[in-house]
Each structure stands twice: as C-alpha cells, then as structure tokens.
Design a binder for this molecule. Structure first.
Ligand code: 3PY
Ligand code: MG
Length: 252
C-alpha cells in the first residue's frame, strides 16, 4: 500500500478522530484512498489503533497513524501493528526529524526494534530477511511541518535519511504565522510558504501531504504538488451529511 502513497497520484485520506473500529471500517469503504487514525488530538489509543488498522488493511486502503507529539515509541509500535505511514506532529528541527526516522527505520537508517509479527500477518507477508529488506522502503515516515521553526529548518529536515516526506498542519502553522493572534488554516498570508514546502519536498524526491479543512481547497493544494490530502475530520463528514439530509427533508 505504501507504493500507492509513493505513486505520484494525489491520494485523499479520511481523518479518523472517533476511536470506533466500526466507523473506521465504514470510512475505509467510502472512496477515500487512505484512512488516518489520529492519536494526537483524536480519541485513538493503542487498542483502537490495533483494531482500526485491521479494518483499513482488510479494505485494501492505505493505513496511516498520527502519533502524539514526541511519542517515537508509538512510531515503531504502530508500524509493528501494520501502519503503512506514520505522521509525527511538531517536527521542528533536524534533531526531531532524526529521532523520528530512527524509530521508524531498521538499520542502517535507524534503530527500529525487530518484532513486526502482526504487520506481516495482516498483509500475508513473509517474515525474516525478506521483510527486513523491504520494510524501510515499504513504510513512510512523514514529518509534520506546522511551526515557523519547522519552515526555517525545512531543508535540514528534508535532508534526513529515513524521512520520506512532510505533512503540513495549517492550523498550527497559522497560529505561529500570526504570533498567536488567530487560528485560520486557510490564512492567505501563509499560502506562499505552503507552496514552497510542497515544491522543496518534491524537489527532494519526497512526499508532501497537507490537512485541508475545506474540501474545496484540495485542488489548489494538488496544484502546489501535494500528494496526500486529508479532508477535514470524519465528524465534519457526518455533520455535513446530516445538514444536507435535514435541509432536503425540510425544503423538499
Ligand atoms: C494542523 O493543522 O495543525 C494539524 O495538525 C492538522 O490536524
Ligand atoms: Mg497541528
């Protein structure tokens, strides 16, 4: 599945914040290419990630986990559980990027510990040396760029072997951009910087992703070169659907 993420096509990911395997399973049937389980701000914990990953993988979709800030133990754990890609929030320096890559990759790129029995069995993969030889390439470590510091350190972060790409968090970025004045993931002032992040990432041969609060912003992010786009939260999908149904029921 990581091949799909590397394919060059733009992939849309659902963003799961409610820790229900049934809901995650349903999201995986709705036409999204991937489902991201959010442990940072969403309600997912180790148990729901375990259950959610099986649901996504059984539906042949890309399985992504966003870990909590600095929880690199969860990076290798979620990969062991079967994740195709890990999104790590608040990667603000080369040092943060190195620590993240170290947990995500087996030697020589990192020092991930051996034991991905579940990832292998979910995917019907052979264990042992075949898995070892392919795992670093088959799974992706995506560093979140969501502060001014991270934008300044972008070249150094992109230069870390084992970092496969970046994922922009426009809400946090807007808070830094306005010096704490407001949160606005669509802030016009920072769009040039966001386009620059996509372009530098693509020039480095790596994958660029972004969270798009409004689905109608996705085409311009695709034009900038982003290849993995999260479309709001699953709760927004439910609310938007409910509003549409209620309006249709009242207005005919
Ligand atoms: C951000 O926009 O800051 C994010 O982390 C997206 O979830
Ligand atoms: Mg954020």
């Amino acid at each position: 599945m990581a091949n799909l993420l590397r394919s060059g096509d733009t992939l849309l990911t659902a963003w799961s914040s409610l820790p229900s395997a049934d809901l995650v399973d349903h999201l995986a049937t709705t036409g999204f290419d991937a489902v991201t389980l959010d442990m940072q701000h969403g309600g997912h914990d180790e148990r729901s990630v375990w259950d959610g990953l099986s649901a996504i993988i059984n539906r042949q979709k890309c399985a992504v986990v966003r870990i909590p800030v600095g929880r690199n133990d969860m990076t290798s754990r979620a990969l062991d559980m079967g994740a195709d890609a890990i999104i790590a929030p608040m990667i603000n320096s080369e040092e943060d990027a190195r620590a993240f890559a170290d947990a995500a990759k087996y030697p020589p790129l990192g020092s991930r510990s051996w034991g991905a029995t579940r990832a292998q069995s979910l995917r019907g993969l052979e264990g042992g040396n075949k898995f070892l030889a392919s795992a670093n390439n088959e799974t992706l470590a995506l560093a979140m760029i969501e502060t001014r510091e991270a934008v300044t350190a972008l070249d150094d972060i992109l230069a870390v072997d084992g970092i496969d790409g970046v994922f922009v968090g426009p809400s946090d970025l807007s808070i830094g951009w306005t010096n704490g004045d407001r949160v606005d993931p669509t802030l016009d002032d920072m769009m040039k910087a966001i386009a620059m992040i996509a372009s530098k990432t693509r020039d480095a041969g790596k994958l660029a992703g972004i969270f798009s609060m409004n689905p109608s912003d996705a085409p311009r992010f695709t034009q900038m070169g982003f290849q993995l786009i999260a479309l709001g939260f699953e709760t927004s999908l439910i609310s938007a659907g409910a509003q549409r149904f209620i309006k249709a029921a009242k207005d005919g």
